[in-house]
Write a protein that binds this ligand. Structure first.
Ligand SMILES: Cc1ncc(COP(=O)(O)O)c(C=O)c1O
Length: 401
């Protein structure tokens, strides 16, 4: 805060000038350090949300800050009309991590999904067998642009904007047979989040993943794994689709990739890549120098820096502690997740937990009405987890749990 700007000014100005699409919590953050955030009054919060899975290296990470600052002082953006040194390097690193050899860069998760949907249509068009249909899952969330919204199941998000893309069918993620019946030779692609994040932190079962692969093998339908929330180490695996035995033809990523700098990507198989031509898709900002430097820095930490291996260990600690808390607190009905993405399904609306947690210095959010979601920075340690969960448990007690 500057001397002339108070917290009240911030709230008043936003209320007057910012389009009111977000219901914000009444906190103004001004600074961060590792897994901690500080508000305008200097109060400290343990961040178990990382800006909804984005601040993967925590806040004010020195390596990321250095990379971004150095790049900003050298060259930020030139457009995709020209080469620069980093996009190919980033694509190569993502290919090594995912097994999908080609990347298209964009700026957000919804754009990554949008690209995957378009590339799936293009694949069938190029093969002279146009297929328009997509199969998506109940409880899915893929983003807010029209294509991504069309494969998002929640009526609340969809209804005001209909008509959406035609030819989308939703099936229940607990019914492999329903999926097998729905996928036909008119299906361009099946799209699924390996762990449904916004839908309440619901990992797909290996049996459902096997049904996706069976349906794809029988009909040729492509498989799109939306790993925007579950990918890039979040679960202790590079991608959770791999852990489930899924072999996607396309993967959408975003969130953690830039550690806070906006960058997303669609990763595609060579078969799909072979059907794409110049001009099929594009974006002005996608994969600029600044975004690529940030993403390369994140991947340096994740792979070279040993973060991925650490997430498995720290994630097991978080799982044990959450399950122990659930045993003590009857308000927790179920604990779901993997690695460093967890949902606590409550027996009641989870909304009041969020302000109670904030008041005790811990940041979580509610999703799917009854679920408290945890998506901490990937650098979180066991002692940070213990301290944060103590505060979260006190918040659950405060709401009567
Ligand atoms: C699985 C999944 N896909 C896509 C998106 C959309 O990403 P963005 O908000 O960056 O557009 C999200 C965002 O929460 C997501 O969780």
């Amino acid at each position: 805060m500057t001397q002339t700007t108070t917290v009240d000014d911030v709230h008043t100005r936003e209320a007057k000038y910012v389009l009111q699409t977000y219901r914000r919590q009444p906190v103004t953050f001004v600074r961060g350090q590792g897994v901690r955030l500080y508000d305008a009054e200097g109060r400290e919060y343990l961040d178990l949300l990382s800006g909804i899975g984005v601040a993967s290296l925590g806040h004010a990470h020195p390596g990321l800050a250095r990379a971004i600052s150095e790049q900003a002082g050298t060259l930020i953006h030139t457009s995709n009309l020209f080469y620069h040194p980093f996009q190919g390097q980033l694509a190569e690193r993502l290919a090594n991590l995912s097994g999908l050899p080609r990347a298209f860069f964009c700026n957000s998760g919804t754009e990554a999904v949008e690209a995957c949907l378009k590339f799936a249509r293009r694949y069938w068009y190029t093969r002279g067998e146009p297929r328009a249909e997509f199969i998506a899952l109940g409880e899915s969330f893929h983003g807010r642009t029209f294509g991504a919204l069309s494969v998002t199941s929640d009526e609340h998000y969809r209804a005001p904007f209909e008509p959406l893309l035609p030819g989308v069918k939703f099936v229940s993620s607990s019914q492999p047979k329903e999926l097998l019946a729905a996928v036909t030779r008119s299906t361009a692609a099946i799209i699924a989040e390996p762990i449904q994040g916004e839908g309440g932190v619901r990992p797909l079962t290996p049996a459902f993943a096997a049904a996706i692969m069976e349906a794809s093998a029988k009909t040729g339908a492509l498989v799109i794994a939306d790993e925007v929330q579950s990918g890039l180490g979040r679960t202790g695996y590079p991608f959770y689709s791999g852990a489930l035995g899924l072999k996607p033809h396309l993967i959408s990523i975003g969130k953690a990739l830039g550690g806070g700098v906006a960058v997303g990507a669609a990763l595609v198989s060579q078969d799909v890549a072979d059907t794409i031509s110049y001009g099929d898709h594009g974006t002005t900002y996608g994969g600029n120098l600044l975004a690529c430097r940030a993403a390369l820095c994140f991947l340096d930490e994740l792979v070279g820096g040993g973060l991925l291996a650490r997430i498995g260990r720290v994630g097991r600690h978080l799982e044990q502690q959450l399950k122990a808390m659930a045993a003590r607190r009857p308000v927790i009905k179920e604990v779901r997740g993997a690695g460093l993405i967890w949902g606590l399904e409550l027996t009641r609306d989870a909304a009041p937990v969020v302000p109670e947690a904030l008041a005790r210095g811990v940041i979580v959010n509610r999703t799917a009405e009854t679920v408290v979601r945890l998506l901490p920075p990937l650098i979180i340690t066991e002692p940070d987890i213990d301290q944060a969960l103590e505060r979260l448990e006190a918040a659950l007690v405060a709401v009567g749990g």
